[in-house]
Design a binder for this molecule. Structure first.
Ligand code: 1VU
Length: 315
């Protein structure tokens, strides 16, 4: 397994506009799997140069790494915008930088461009096969063209570590109107989750929920997270700190789910000794794919820091 495809938790990816010193400072106090400091849509054209220098300084060694953020990423401007080269050459020397988010990836050559610049700018981090810490790339899928090119996009870079779905740009491209049911995005979301899986990419991060205030807004978010999880996504893009806890909780396995998974794994060890490939738990048949799913749930629960060993001791 390459470093880009190793298991990594990205249950929530929170955008922070890099043009705002206030938001940058606030991000330091947050607990979240991935922060994405933005140079694209949340930054006006006239603010781009300031945003670039802000983020380079914020992610430099003179500032300590924010303690409760697992992954620090920057979203550059689209390759087709003509701004990506300057974004990359400015930010790549940053000390605390784990991933680059590339928007509007339509074809493999968009990722070839970014990969070549990363290799050229940081050769010591990327050309040594013993180096276990290359930058990772996350690709935003936002158009019909991108959906038809998913296979080539997934194969385009050894640094590619996940796909993200951008609903608003996709709706613009197809002249769709976003509805609460999100059925208009069903094909695109399923295609993304399936392609990423087929190519062994660990992360599939679902559309932004634009509601972020109050009980009603956050219950819309919760529903969207559950629906995305049901389609095979394992994370959610967030635009406000209020969304992070719900996304991270929903994209972690639930307590009952973990307990069931541990019982299946323990039961399978016993069934194996008795030479039984199929057996029964709570009146339902358990066989190889069910055990596989249970093992994956246990592994995810461990990654999320849930008390798997304590549950195992009970069974
Ligand atoms: O309580 P404090 O005053 O200390 O902090 C405020 C506020 O500063 C902070 N906060 C954030 N901090 C970091 N990152 C954020 N994204 C962020 N948003 C807010 O939280 C405290 C409460 O803030 P608030 O409720 O007063 O929120 P505002 O009205 O200030 O801001 C709301 C918006 C939605 C404008 C803001 O959250 C924001 O700009 N979010 C990011 C938008 C963005 O990046 N959009 C592009 C990415 S989405 C995309 O492209 C889809 C593919």
């Amino acid at each position: 397994m390459s470093t880009a495809t190793a298991s990594i938790l990205r249950r929530a990816l929170l955008y922070v506009p890099s043009s705002s010193p206030k938001f940058l400072e606030k991000s330091r106090s947050l607990t979240v799997d991935t922060i994405c400091y933005d140079l694209e849509d949340s930054v006006t054209p006239s603010q781009k140069p300031t945003a670039r220098t802000n983020i380079l300084s914020f992610l430099s060694s003179t500032h300590p790494r924010p303690p409760n953020i697992t992954e620090l990423s920057v979203r550059i401007n689209a390759v087709s915008s003509g701004l990506a080269l300057e974004d990359l050459t400015t930010i790549l020397p940053a000390t605390h930088l784990d991933a680059i988010v590339v928007p509007k990836v339509n074809k493999a050559s968009d990722l070839h461009f970014v990969t070549d610049i990363i290799r050229h700018t940081l050769p010591e981090r990327h050309n040594d096969s013993n180096n276990k810490n290359p930058l990772k790339i996350l690709a935003l899928i936002e158009s019909a063209e991108a959906i038809t090119n998913l296979n080539e996009i997934c194969r385009a870079s050894p640094f590619l570590s996940g796909l993200i779905f951008a609903a608003e740009d996709f709706a613009l491209d197809l002249s769709l109107t976003r509805t609460p049911s999100l059925t208009e995005f069903l094909y695109a979301r399923s295609a993304i989750a399936t392609s990423a899986r087929a190519h062994g990419l660990p992360s599939t991060i679902d559309l932004v929920c634009t509601s972020f205030r109050g009980e009603e807004g956050l219950s819309v978010l919760q529903e969207e997270c559950l629906q995305g999880k049901g389609l095979g996504f394992n994370g959610k893009q967030c635009i406000h700190p209020s969304q992070v806890e719900i996304a991270q909780r929903t994209f972690a396995p639930g307590e009952k789910e973990v307990e069931w998974a541990v019982r299946v794994v323990v039961g399978d060890e016993k069934a194996d000794i008795k030479g039984r490939g199929a057996w029964t738990l709570d009146g339902k048949m358990i066989d190889v794919p069910v055990v596989g799913k249970a093992k994956a749930t246990v592994e995810k629960a461990r990654l999320c820091g849930m008390g798997v060993d304590a549950i195992r001791e009970k069974w």
